[in-house]
Ligand binder design. Sequence first.
Ligand code: SF4
Length: 294
Amino acid sequence: MSSTPIVAEVGAPVIELGLPVVGGSHHRSSAGTAGLEVSDAQRSEKLAQMRAGELGSLHSWELVTAVDGPGTRLTTFLAGCPLRCLYCHNPDTMEMRRGEPVLASELLRRVERYAGVFAVTGGGLTISGGEPLMQPAFVARLLRGATELGVHTAIDTSGYLGAHCSDEMLADIDLVLLDVKSGIPETYRRTTGRDLQPTLDFGRRVAASGTEIWIRFVLVPGLTDAPENVDAVADYVASLSTVSRVEVLPFHQMGRDKWASLGMTYELEDTSPPAPELVARVRQQFRDRGLTVY
Ligand code: SF4
């Protein structure tokens, strides 16, 4: 895991990020909402705006390179998530109420501002979380707006709320970063508190639509590392025709302090990052199915 600050070096504006880059938004601590105006509309008006997808709840955003999709990307972390992953590095994104209200139009203005950077680097907009599909109307509006601007779009999702993704939304997504957190239902439930099946269904639907998929799998010793669990993930992934890469993300402890500060119980206190040999074994399990693995 690198903690080296990165800078988007692709012409003005240059934004210094100073953030750890560890490959995977669900696996990374993120910045803030600085620089984005938040709406101060009254509560009822806000609810109406949220239903219409004009207003969303945003945890933070970053400009990143070489993570969350190709090129330089504006990654937005939306607030709210139905999962409770034991290793979550941004547990403060789990509750939608902890986010800041932000207008879709405001975010899209920012997307437009970086359109030149995206074009030069082959980058674009990535909508992450939390879980983006907690706010489907807002996400649909962002995807439509970005697509109209000619900007490449990605969503980073567990797939658990895949039923919230309409066919119209899917048509506006160029890349799905699908987090498959385990392959055995019991292990998935222990890891996330939820059922595996919706993720499997969503991945199949995305593949059937022809949309590119990158898979993310967080490797946690003693939790997700059993050979049969990894085999189950790898067999499933190999069955999806549009998967172009698999990212095996070694667990680390960078989110630990957030759990304590939120008064939440962190169960992985004594879990160490996986040894290099274990990471190599798991990557090989994916490679054995002809998959491209990072
Ligand atoms: S899917 Fe899991 S890791 Fe991602 S935000 Fe939700 S709880 Fe955290």
